[in-house]
Design a protein around this ligand. Structure first.
Ligand SMILES: [Zn+2]
Length: 409
């Protein structure tokens, strides 16, 4: 492992982040690629994918199944947008599907019901067995790197469970397409994965989610092989594997199907504030990633946001009117450093919501002067509330934070 931490001179990625190397020119591999892409190239590629998607949607519609698409629906803003687009723009028969894991917030659950009702779509909620969730996340956080998982291991495993169960449900209903609200930075892929190609790969021994299936097997044991979480090749090869679409990877955002439209259906923009719908486990995941790789779980997403001038999650908490500030590279580095200091203070001093007095609270606030200035006290209070739950969550997942094994090999 390199001790010297080298930071990319253009974004915030550094040499301790998995899969990142800094070249002689001082740039990370992502910036180097992004500097070579012209807007024209990106546009061309997006148009091609959009046309391809429209062809796939049309074909799916002609199959006359009970549903054309299963939409992964978290109750957050991106999946709500996609649900609306699929139903009303492309006139698909959609089934909204939500994975309810133990940390899905009440706000997110309320959102789901309101939106499903407002849009008039059918929906299923899948409540994952708590034991499965605990075992997968607890085991994955500690051992995930042995299966090729990186700094966002916690979210990746949860995302896997969500998607895998969704695919199994789609297959059992004969739904030919599964659609999610991930953009290019989140999915890290092209946006369209054809089911038939996935099947061919499976026949050649390549599992759809790679070694996460092996992790699942090792974490849960042989008895789960035939469960909905398991990888049963024979059964999968007999079925029709759905095509996966991530339209936000290539689709231009269509304002007609955005929040203005949703607001006219009685849903407020405030309900989509990311902090309200984001998973509460994120802070614990971030702490572990910082210990192991000296970076936030979503550092690549933030770096990509910086390259493309997106907003950070905390910024979305601000009202739309104030919602203009774009972060510079230096500001983002400062914010992430402050965030890191807070997480380490909470763990090192072993404090939680019950043991935090005035003194600790003030010490914490002292660590995040710039964040407070930028986001305001309300957002910061909400963040601190959540950060103080880390110890309890670690206990829940059977993770010993004081003796964390942070080896990466
Ligand atoms: Zn870079």
């Amino acid at each position: 492992m390199k001790n010297e931490k080298e930071i990319c001179t253009q974004c915030i990625l550094h040499s301790r982040v998995p899969e990142v190397t800094i070249g002689e020119d001082g740039l990370c591999v992502y910036c180097r690629i992004s500097n070579h892409l012209t807007e024209d190239m990106i546009k061309q590629n997006s148009l091609l994918l959009e046309t391809k998607m429209e062809r796939i949607l049309k074909k799916a519609g002609q199959l006359n199944r009970p549903f054309d698409v299963l939409v992964y629906f978290s109750g957050g803003k991106d999946s709500t947008y996609i649900l609306n687009v699929m139903k009303n723009k492309y006139k698909m028969r959609v089934l909204a599907y939500s994975m309810i894991q133990p940390f899905v917030t009440d706000v997110a659950q309320e959102n789901m019901e309101k939106i499903v009702k407002a849009l008039g779509v059918e929906a299923v909620k899948f409540f994952i067995k708590e034991e499965i969730f605990k075992k997968m996340i607890g085991f994955g956080i500690i051992h995930g790197h042995k299966y090729g998982l990186t700094e966002w291991v916690g979210c990746e495993i949860c995302g896997f469970l969500t998607k895998w169960v969704g695919i199994k449900i789609a297959m059992s209903f004969g739904i030919p397409l599964v659609v999610d609200g991930m953009d290019y930075a989140q999915s890290g892929g092209g946006g369209i994965t054809e089911g038939e190609k996935t099947l061919i790969k499976m026949k050649n021994g390549k599992k759809p989610f790679g070694r996460i299936h092996d992790l699942c097997n090792d974490a849960l044991g042989a008895e789960y092989k035939t469960s909905i979480y398991g990888y049963n090749e024979e059964e999968l090869l007999q079925g029709r594997y759905p095509t996966q679409l991530s339209p936000l990877c290539f689709l231009d955002y269509d304002p007609v199907y955005s929040f203005e439209k949703l607001e006219s259906m009685g849903l407020s923009y405030k309900q989509f504030k990311s902090l309200n719908t984001n998973c509460e486990l994120l802070y614990l995941f971030d702490y572990i990633s910082m210990k192991r790789y000296d970076c936030d779980s979503y550092i690549k997403l933030y770096a990509s946001g910086l390259r493309q001038n997106y907003d950070t999650i905390e910024q979305l908490e601000l009202d739309r009117k104030e919602h203009k500030k774009r972060l510079s590279r230096e500001e983002m580095i400062t914010l992430l450093d402050e965030y890191k200091n807070v997480l380490f203070y909470v763990i090192d001093n072993n404090i939680d919501e019950n043991t935090t007095g005035e003194k600790e609270k003030n010490n914490l606030l002292d660590l995040i002067k710039f964040s407070r200035q930028l986001f305001g006290e309300d957002t910061i209070d909400k963040l601190l509330d959540r950060v103080l739950k880390m110890h309890r969550q670690a206990d829940y997942l059977n993770i010993d934070l004081q003796n964390l094994d942070i080896r990466t090999t």
